[in-house]
Design a binder for this molecule. Structure first.
Ligand code: ADP
Ligand code: MG
Length: 701
């Protein structure tokens, strides 16, 4: 067991601020403990003799044997709460739950008080929950140190919530769905213990089968990834993260910055942690039900057995909307079904045993289908008929699921008549729904988690790069006190082995001609200015310039820059080898830095429409080769890269290497805040970076 085991399974709990005043938090917490807790409850309240028949003590240190108290629940006003926490530390109480509000959520004074609280916890090495927490619960010991109106049913789900209100709502709702809990914690302000601590604890807890989280933020993203990626190999963690649609708080200077905002960072972080992320509370509990009740599938092929054709087709469609597939039944299975079922039945998946089916027919068909080695998961789907009792069907389905060990979800398309059958199913861990899509989604969650468990840990490759040369480029920027760099810094990419076209930045027309002559053929010319973010928007890029026109184009580009912004700093003009963009695809590869999760790498469809389509994949840096490849395969435009419609497939290996090398740059130089290579031109011959834009944090250099 982990270091929080005595928090959830204490022998003695002290309530600082115990009360019996009706309607008070103190009354609620003390009442729950007195009624349900199997251990000893001690009351601290200097103003009272007794509370709910408990003798009151003046303070924690005035308790008999205070060092034998495992948890102090603190309900007193903020100033006194800080004192109580300190005292808990002094007398040797290891865990404190600070329910009291009025800390960092309540302005700067509160924030200062919260720092005192954290300092006291650190000094005495206390496990501190909260402040501003609803409290903690643990069903095996009957611990309910919260002011929630009810206690949860016992079970194997452990749940943490950053919102206390959400805890009470969810417990109420879960009871109706026969979902039981092991531990519940309201995280509050997370002054000391945060989501990572609880994930770690529950990962070590044999009685927790599924971890659920409602999170508004993650205190330390990298630590969370480190802890959770271990835990999720054994125990599924499902998180609903609120604030998904929050608009980017800061204006980003790059495409990557605009697109790899905080929600994408969470997505990438939770993904790296092996966390199943869901969007709604309903999905959170659907996931919990199926993950705690059903085994994991050995394949993602779904079989459907139904007494109703239409809903069977709906379920088939629902499978089509997921990453799952429809199982193709073996010849043997179909043969048996043909023998067992009446003439009009469909012996192919979805197996339709027709509307007049009695439970025996359902049972036989299901038994046959579940024994098929091609079937990874099953949906049992029934509509009410005069020949079928839902209760009988539920009992049969539960038995057959247990016998075959194939994960199952049920769809009972009815109202009141399904209720007791649904209860039978959910008590046995088989989730049941009215809506086929939800049943299929829950099976998809199982398959998703099965994949997470099988995921191999891949170490990011280390490329041979010239770090000193890259540093020199950044140092030059610092010397010029510039935080924004453009194509004049392409040497940075060169130093990291990212292919760039031949060419140079020059600051007079004659040199431009010389570079163009050396490059040969037509060239591309771009104005170079830290004041111009999007060069082509102001006519600052000329593609396909013959050598004879280089001199004139040079002057034209500079003039356009001046017209756009008279005081713009123009560093010169870049003369670049012309690539055959039409034979390839313009992609974007970029870096962004998230306050919680650190460096991120973005890959997507690039060029001028990048923010219109936002077809991108985002991962935490550094990325392993396999992940970089998955990024190139994960975007909508992936077929373009593979060579759709007679185009040549692009050099995917080259592209994957660019992503890997850039990810190394991101981790090597924390001073790079945002960076875009847009486009990386990917053709059959290779992946070449033709543009560059980055912003630096000079302090971090
Ligand atoms: P910006 O993004 O600032 O407008 P870019 O350097 O990305 O400037 O150039 C704009 C577009 O010009 C690119 O998306 C690409 O289509 C084209 N382009 C730029 N450089 C080259 C090149 N070397 N060869 C072919 N096309 C290029
Ligand atoms: Mg560009």
């Amino acid at each position: 067991m982990g270091r929080l085991s005595t928090l959830f399974a204490p022998d003695r709990v002290a309530v600082v601020g115990a009360s019996d005043e009706p309607g008070s938090v103190g009354r609620a917490v003390t009442g729950h403990l007195v009624e349900d807790f199997r251990g000893e409850v001690l009351a601290v309240n200097p103003n009272r003799e007794t509370v709910l028949e408990l003798v009151c003590h003046d303070s924690l240190s005035a308790l008999p044997a205070p060092g034998e108290v495992d948890v102090a629940v603190v309900l007193v006003p903020p100033e006194l709460a800080v004192e109580a926490v300190r005292e808990a530390g002094e007398v040797g109480i290891g865990n404190v739950v600070v329910v009291t509000a009025g800390f960092s959520e309540a302005g700067s004074e509160g924030a200062a008080r919260e720092r005192e609280l954290a300092a006291a916890a650190e000094e005495f090495d206390l496990n501190l929950v909260g402040p501003n927490s609803l409290g903690v619960m643990s069903t095996p010991s009957g611990l309910n140190a919260t002011f929630a109106p009810t206690s949860p049913d016992p079970g194997s789900i452990s749940f943490m919530s950053q919102s206390g209100a959400f805890v009470t709502a969810v417990l109420d709702w879960a009871a109706e769905r026969h979902l039981g809990f092991k531990d519940v914690v309201s995280l509050g302000n997370k002054a000391v213990l945060d989501e990572s601590d609880f994930v770690r604890e529950w990962g070590e807890d044999p009685d927790t089968d599924v971890v659920l989280g409602y999170l508004e933020d993650v205190a330390d993203g990298r630590r969370f990834v480190e802890v959770a990626s271990e835990v999720t190999r054994e125990t599924p963690v499902v998180v609903v993260k609120s604030g998904r649609t929050e608009a980017g708080a800061t204006a980003a200077a790059s495409h990557t910055g605009a697109m790899a905002g905080s929600d994408r960072a969470y997505g990438a972080g939770l993904d790296a942690a092996g966390v199943v992320r869901v969007d709604t509370v309903e999905e959170l509990f659907d996931a919990a039900a199926v993950l705690s009740g059903q085994p994991l599938p050995d394949r993602s092929a779904v079989a459907i057995v139904t007494n109703a054709g239409g809903p069977g087709v709906m379920t088939t469609d629902a499978v089509g909307d997921t990453d799952l597939g429809l199982a193709s039944l073996t010849d043997g299975t179909r043969e048996t079904l043909r023998e067992d079922l009446p003439g009009g039945a469909n012996i192919h998946n979805p197996v339709d045993i027709i509307g007049d089916a009695p439970v025996e027919r359902f049972e036989r068909a299901l038994d046959t289908v579940l024994a098929d080695p091609n079937v990874g998961m099953a949906v049992v789907l029934a509509c009410p008929t005069a020949t079928l009792s839902f209760d009988d069907l539920a009992a049969a389905a539960v038995d057959l699921q247990a016998e075959h060990g194939v994960p199952m979800a049920a769809v009972l398309m009815g109202g009141a008549s399904t209720r007791s059958a649904a209860a039978t199913l959910s008590e046995a861990g088989v989730p049941s729904y009215f809506d086929p899509a939800r049943a299929v989604d829950s099976l998809e969650t199982l398959a998703e988690y099965a994949d997470i468990r099988e995921r191999e840990v891949a170490e990011p490759a280390t490329f041979d790069v010239d770090r000193e040369r890259a540093r020199a480029v950044l140092d030059r920027a610092r010397d010029r006190d510039t935080t924004r760099l453009g194509v004049e810094a392409m040497e940075l990419l060169d130093a990291y082995g990212i292919p760039t076209p031949a060419g140079a930045v020059v600051d007079d027309p004659a040199e431009a001609v010389a570079v163009a002559e050396e490059t040969g053929g037509e060239v591309v010319m771009k104005v170079v200015s830290p004041d111009i973010l999007h060069k082509s928007d102001i006519g600052g890029v000329e593609v396909g310039v013959p050598v004879g026109e280089v001199r004139d184009v040079y002057e034209t580009l500079v003039a356009r820059a001046r017209r756009y912004q008279p005081d713009a700093t123009v560093l010169g003009v870049q003369v670049q080898e012309l690539l055959d963009v039409s034979a390839g695809t313009e992609t974007i590869v970029g870096i962004n830095r998230d306050p919680q999760f650190g460096p991120l790498v973005l890959f997507g469809l690039g060029g001028v429409f990048v923010e219109v389509f936002e077809d991108t994949a985002v991962r935490l840096a550094p990325v392993a080769e396999r992940e970089a490849r998955a990024m190139t395969e994960g975007i909508e435009a992936a077929p373009l890269l593979r060579g759709a419609r007679g185009r040549d497939p692009v050099d995917l290996d080259g592209l994957v290497e660019v992503i890997g090398r850039l990810s190394q740059l991101a981790t090597d130089f924390p001073a790079i805040e945002e960076l875009d290579i847009n486009p990386v031109v990917a053709t059959a011959e290779g992946a070449t970076a033709v543009d560059l834009r980055l912003t630096l944090d000079l302090e971090a250099l």
